[in-house]
Design a protein around this ligand. Sequence first.
Ligand code: CUA
Length: 346
Amino acid sequence: MTIAIAIAVAGCAPVAALANDWGMGDSNSRIPPSSVFDSVSTPAHEINTLAFFVVSITTVIFLIVAGLLTYSIVRFRARPGDDGREPPQVYGSNPIEFAWTTVPVIIVLVLILITARTIYTVQAPARPPGALSVHVIAHQWWWEFRYPGLGIVTANELHVPLSDLQSPTPTFLDLESADVAHSFWVPRLAGKTDVIPNKKNSMWIDPHVAGTYLGQCGEYCGTEHAMMLLRVIVEPRADFDRWVAAEQQPPALDASVGHGRRVFESTACVNCHTIRGTAADGRFGPDLTHLMTRETIGAGVAMNTRDHLKVWVSDPRVMKPGALMPAMNLGDKDLDDLVAYLATLR
Ligand code: CUA
C-alpha cells in the first residue's frame, strides 16, 4: 500500500510536467461549455425540443408499465396458505384489446409526425437570398473554411454573422472531406453532420447569440481525431463585415522580416501552405495568409502565440503527436526569423 502511494506520488511530477495544455485551458474556460441542452441556433433547438418530447413520452410510458408491473408483483405474490391454483384467466376482452392497440398506434403516429416535421425543418430549408455559404473541407486533422462568394480561406475558426430571429441570415455549410470520414459538430449550433470522402453533405446554422462556440470532429478519423477541434465565432453583422474586409486584403508587407519570408519561400512550407502575395499556394495544410488573426493553432491544440508557433514549426509533434506536418529542422536563426515573419501575418 505504502509502496503504491509512493509510486503514485513520484509518478505525478513527470505527469504534471507533461500536461502542458499550451494555454488552451484558460482560453476554453472563458467560453461557455458546449452543452447540447443550451442551443442558440434553430437546428440545435429543434433537435433538442424533439429529444425532450420523445424522452418525456417514453418516460411516462415506462413509469406506467413499471408501476403496473411492480403493483402486480407485490399485490399478487404467492402467500402462505395459497391453494396453488392459478387465478381465473381472462381471454378475448374487446375493450382491452382495442385500447392497447389504439393507444400505442396514436402515440407512434404522433412521434412519427413530429419527427418528420423536425427532420424537414433541419434538413430541407430554402436558402434565402443573402444567406452566407461556406465550403467546409475536413482534413486529417484540421478544418478548412472557404467562403466562395467572398474569396476568403481560413482554418479551424469559422466566422459567421449573427442571425436575427426576425430577419434571419443563416449560414449554409457544404461539407467535403479531403481524406477520410470526419463529422462536423458544434453542439450548441446544430447536430452532427458526417463529412464523407467523395460526397457533399450540407447543413445550416442561424446562431442568434453572439459569442464563440466550441466544436469537435465527431467521427473517429485517426491518431489526432481528439485534437481536431474547431471554433465558431458569431459576430454582429458589422463586426463580421469588418472581419471579411480585413481577410480579403493581402497581409501587409513588413520589410523587417524579409529574411524570415525568404526562409518560408525557400523551404517545403510552400508545398503545403498558401500565403497570398507569395509563391506559396499549397492546399495540404491551412492557409496562413492571416494566420495571426486566429486565436489557436494546430486545430485548437495551442493558443496562437509566438512561443507556441516556434515550438510548432520546429516540431509539430511535440504538441500534436500524429500531426502530418513534418519537423522543419531549421537552424536557430532561420527558425526565429521565420516565426517573426509568420507573426506579421495579420
Ligand atoms: Cu476528423 Cu475525427
